[in-house]
Design a protein around this ligand. Structure first.
Ligand SMILES: [Zn+2]
Length: 258
């Protein structure tokens, strides 16, 4: 069934609207959120994460985005970045990302950098964990907005390249002002990003505590599989495979950092 919201601009605040790409899946939830940012009354806007090189979506985005001054990418995954070069060429705007190879006619983003476009001031936060090149964009104002890419999703938890980096990133995001509107790469917007970040931190800590407890019971040399069989004893063994991958990451983290 076609989602009623696909390929239309849905305004979520005076400065932020979203076009939902028609690419739903287990990884992308409802689909990819392509964000359109613009100060009220300003001519040119910013597009964050144009999505796959999916011309139906990119043309819909062209139709509603108006003039575009800058294309930003939250990270390199194809469901966010693949269509950026084509889209940017159509609108005549540069592409900026943390990963140098994704940039067009512009320098890579750096941590803490201030950007000025779309009549808005944004700051760049390097937030590795989901991927090494993940960034968030913070827009200050009466209600701060934070574009989180896949670092914080609108629902569920995110897949990680590096748990240690990710826990550091969550600690850094715990400094965003309370009441900040979270604009994720997938799923619905988050009315108070800080609340979600706290939930994410608690969830990750609980999982680490489970592994610590299992190690106390099984001994320090226990394998990921042994821990899964203990911790997930009451869970369908079909789910043990994916659980084993995340337990392995938790074990690596605990053995490296205690
Ligand atoms: Zn991703």
């Amino acid at each position: 069934m076609k989602h009623p919201a696909y390929e239309q601009l849905r305004q979520v605040s005076p400065i932020a609207g979203v076009v939902l790409e028609n690419n739903p899946s287990a990884m992308t939830l409802d689909g990819t959120n392509s964000w359109v940012l613009r100060a009220e009354g300003h001519g040119g806007g910013i597009v964050v994460d144009p999505g796959y090189d999916d011309r139906e979506h990119l043309n819909a985005l062209l139709g509603v985005a108006g003039d575009v001054e800058l294309v930003l990418l939250t990270h390199h995954h194809g469901d966010h970045s693949e269509g950026a070069a084509w889209f940017a060429e159509q609108v005549g705007a540069p592409v900026r990302a943390f990963e140098p190879s994704l940039c067009r006619d512009a320098e890579p983003l750096t941590d803490g950098e201030r950007l000025s476009a779309g009549g808005l001031e944004l700051s760049v936060l390097h937030t590795p964990g989901h991927t090494a090149d993940s960034v968030c964009f913070v827009i200050d104002g009466e209600q701060p907005h934070v574009l989180t890419g896949d670092t914080v999703l609108g629902s569920g938890t995110t897949v990680l390249d590096d748990l240690g980096d990710y826990l550091d990133t969550l600690a850094e995001l715990a400094d965003v002002p309370s009441g900040s509107l979270g604009l994720p790469g997938h799923g619905p917007e988050l009315p108070d990003l800080l609340v979600t970040v706290k939930e994410y931190r608690e969830h990750r800590e609980q999982r680490l505590d489970q592994v610590r407890a299992a190690l106390a019971e099984l001994g320090p040399d226990a394998t990921a599989r042994q821990i899964v069989e203990l911790v997930y004893a009451d869970v369908d063994p079909v789910l043990w495979g994916p659980a084993e991958a995340s337990v392995r990451a938790q074990l690596d983290y605990l053995r490296r950092r205690g």
